[in-house]
Design a protein. Structure first.
Length: 696
């Protein structure tokens, strides 16, 4: 590998911190800017010394990747060639109109449109993202919602990547932007049925979504009224609406499976929110209305894998809930969609998703069947309530995404769209599979696998192992065009369904959080070892890939088993865990205590977190090559976490393997906002992987 210039060396300015009788020095604490919140919105305001260090790292990253500049460009063109540039979503019907999103050739951003139902030629552009993004370094639409009369459009836009959204309202027929401009929102909005009232969320001083406001269009936003404020810092607030649009939903939840719902009558938007059921520790629930009753998806009564209950309108306290779908251990109910005559649910059994439809008139149920051994499913929640059509998404690691309309009465599906790959794709060229790796405590860890049919399975293939394993998020065996650029070059691509997600039920999540968090990391290592034992790869030929909490996963794993890996890719990684979870002023810290523990008050939680925190466990030993990313505007995993981690790795590691830090100076947690800009980031990561694995 060609030699690169020497990397930047971060100055050490040790700060001593004492917690629970233990004093620890943090040599890179200075990388946390005092004005970091201001800098997320205006990156130019970042402390000059910190900015200079991050820019030096960026320059070093570019120099280190210079030998693969041509490969990087080829990868970008290859990735772009798999995207249908003039793509459009399947129109979603809503009364006399149908709404959809499309892209134009070369366009970075979505265009939101509608047309009279079935009249293709009568398109009206509601919001042109490409036009709105002109002159902006960053642009992302968080919400774009029409009102019930189809007369107005409200949309929320982020111009910095810091997730501070401005809501604007326009008249659809005239295209006139109303005087309404609501600044500093959390990007969540719902229309009342009068077509004049918008509910939206705001953040508190620590950037936690905690307040719901009511706005009347064509009135000064300064006069907006506070509808609800959540004062418990462990809870965050989200807005939604029931499928029949009868109620606006204010949902408060934390990470300990505790939630509460308050409802606002959509026909009386100035009425006070009504508590559906008082919050109770450990009880999680969500609701849908149906005539004179509600359906409740909940874990109440020890239903670890959730159940569906029913309760009468006006009698919504928990004592009135009766089981409609009783709890069944091992059947995790993940979502429900309610229609006038049917109830559809998305559930997971034996690690695979399935959709089950129930006719409400007589309780008759049937599951929708699929042929592949591993796949991904998702229910699309539409605008229409009085319909027999359920729309769902399907894909597998080899099969491009498909959108189906399913007639719940006729039990017939209609393929509405299949993802087109302009440069070509034949699923028969690929093999998907699954193994069960044996964890250190004997648990079976599912691992989903994709490779080309001709890839040798004799241990010689390089392998990318992806994982997440936090917050109960399951990583499904879905299709994405990007991973083909590695698989087509001889890589095996694998997903480790580790504990901390709900891949094998809710207990799988509970067994990977708080005091049991170490299971997440040892499961990931076990997945790698299981793949080696099955002949898919060999020690030192695995690239570990994770982002955000998945960055914590790969960061902890590489501290524990560095020789297993050829390289680590950690995107916006949550790696400075002790310092972050001990800082209650950070946006997500109080809500995170129920996921990780509260190390401020609990000495045992402190010791547990410190035992795996990647930043706190860097040692003087050999590490594999690493690529680490960050975003100055990121309010979720702040830029200094990956910056500090890289600085400590450089200072302590005993090898000369490449470590690069690439910070996006104009974007946040999700990276670049444009669809092709994002491909530039993927091409950079893949060029690094191919280079360090000797495949360049």
């Amino acid at each position: 590998m060609p030699r690169t210039p020497k990397p930047p060396v971060a100055e050490q300015r040790p700060v001593a911190v004492t917690r629970h009788g233990e004093t620890v020095e943090d040599p890179y604490a200075w990388l946390r800017a005092e004005n970091w919140q201001e800098a997320t919105r205006e990156p130019d305001k970042l402390d000059p010394a910190i900015r200079a260090y991050l820019e030096a790292e960026n320059a070093y990253a570019e120099a280190a990747l210079k030998p693969v500049a041509k490969l990087r460009r080829a990868l970008y063109e290859e990735l772009k060639g798999r995207i249908k540039e003039d793509d459009a979503s399947v129109p979603a019907p809503d009364g006399d109109f149908e709404y959809y999103v499309r892209h134009e050739p070369g366009g970075e951003h979505p265009i939101f449109c509608r047309r009279p139902t079935g009249i293709v030629e009568a398109e009206r552009v509601l919001l042109d993202g490409n036009r709105e993004a002109q002159g902006q370094a960053f642009f992302r639409v968080a919400a774009c919602e029409h009102d019930h009369s189809h007369a107005h459009l409200a949309y929320a836009v982020d111009l910095s990547g810091a997730e501070h959204y401005t809501i604007a309202v326009k008249e659809i027929e005239s295209g006139r932007i109303l005087t309404d401009r609501i600044e500093d929102t959390a990007g969540n909005l719902v229309w009342a049925r009068d077509g004049r009232t918008v509910f939206y969320t705001r953040r508190d001083e620590n950037m936690r979504p905690s307040m719901v406001y009511r706005h009347r269009i064509d009135r000064d936003a300064a006069a907006d009224l506070l509808v609800y404020e959540e004062r418990d810092p462990k809870f965050v607030v989200r807005l939604g609406a029931t499928a029949d649009r009868r109620f606006a939903i204010i949902q408060m939840s934390d990470h300990s499976d505790t939630s509460e719902v308050r409802l606002v009558d959509m026909d009386a938007p100035e009425s006070e929110p009504v508590v559906f059921a008082e919050r109770a520790a450990g009880v999680s629930y969500s609701v849908e209305s149906h005539g004179e009753r509600f359906f409740v998806l909940t874990n109440d009564g020890g239903a670890v894998d959730f159940k569906i209950a029913a309760t009468p309108l006006g009698k919504t306290a928990r004592m009135n809930w009766t089981d409609l779908l009783p709890h069944e251990p091992g059947r995790l109910v993940r979502d429900m969609a309610v229609f006038s005559g049917h109830l559809a649910r998305l559930e997971r059994v034996d690690g695979l998703p399935r959709i089950v439809v129930r006719r409400l008139a007589d309780g008759d149920e049937h599951a929708i069947a699929f042929d592949e051994a591993a796949y991904d499913l998702g229910i699309r929640h539409g605008y229409e309530f009085d319909t027999t059509t359920l729309r769902f998404d399907y894909s597998s690691m080899a099969t491009p995404a498909r959108v189906y309309d399913y007639d719940m009465e006729r039990r017939a599906r209609d393929l509405r769209k299949e993802q087109e790959i302009p440069s070509g794709h034949d699923p028969a060229d690929y093999v998907t599979g699954r193994i069960m790796a044996r964890a250190v405590d004997g648990e079976a860890v599912p691992v989903s696998i994709l490779h080309r049919r001709e890839t040798p399975l004799d241990g010689t293939a390089p392998l990318l192992l992806y994982g997440y394993g936090s917050y109960g998020h399951a990583i499904d065996a879905y299709f994405t065009t990007t991973r083909l650029s590695l698989v087509d070059r001889g890589f095996v691509y694998a997903i480790a369904h580790v504990r901390g997600g709900t891949d094998r039920g809710y207990d799988w999540y509970l067994d990977g959080k708080l005091a049991k968090k170490m299971n997440t990391f040892t499961d990931f290592i076990a997945a790698g070892e299981g793949l080696i034992a099955a002949g898919y790869t060999s020690p030192g030929r695995i690239v570990a890939h994770g982002g955000s909490a998945g960055g914590l996963l790969v960061g902890a794993a590489v501290n524990m088993a560095p020789a297993l890996f050829a390289a680590i890719v950690a995107e916006v990684p949550f790696v400075d865990v002790v310092n972050t979870i001990c800082d209650a002023s950070l946006p997500l810290t109080p809500p995170e205590w129920d996921e990780w523990g509260n190390p401020i008050e609990d000495a045992e939680a402190y010791r547990t977190i410190k035992s795996y925190s990647p930043y706190d466990n860097v040692e003087a030993k050999d590490y594999p090559a690493m690529m680490v990313t960050a975003g100055v505007s990121d309010p979720r995993v702040t830029y200094w976490e990956p910056a500090k981690w890289v600085a400590r790795l450089r200072a302590l590691k005993t090898d000369d393997n490449l470590i690069i830090l690439r910070t996006n100076m104009e974007a946040g947690h999700g990276g670049a906002s444009g669809r092709f800009e994002r491909l530039e980031e993927v091409a950079r990561v893949y060029a690094f992987i191919l280079m360090v694995c000797g495949k360049a």
